[in-house]
Design a binder for this molecule. Structure first.
Ligand SMILES: [Zn+2]
Length: 91
């Protein structure tokens, strides 16, 4: 029986032969998706798509782009939202 952490089908499995003729299973790490824009789902550039355990080891500037809503919105969505905000602002 595999360990509880390996009992998920989202881990790739590769069967391996052992020198004595037996067989065992090796498990690959789960794939992580690229970070995406919260509004249009475009892949965000400049941010690595690492597992949460690895993201914690990065510095703050490696986890986000240095602009408003960097790491949440793409540049095009931020541009749209800033335009809307300025146009709707009372003068
Ligand atoms: Zn976007």
């Amino acid at each position: 029986m595999p360990r509880p952490a390996q009992r998920t089908r989202s881990r790739k499995r590769s069967p391996k032969r052992l020198p004595g003729g037996g067989a065992t299973m090796h498990y690959k790490k789960e794939k992580t998706g690229a970070p995406r824009c919260a509004r249009c789902s475009r892949v965000l550039s400049g941010i690595p798509g690492l597992a949460q355990s690895k993201m914690g080891k990065l510095t703050a500037s490696q986890k986000r782009v240095q602009r408003m809503h960097g790491g949440q919105l793409c540049h095009a969505c931020l541009k749209d939202l800033l335009k809307l905000a300025v146009r709707e602002r009372p003068v």
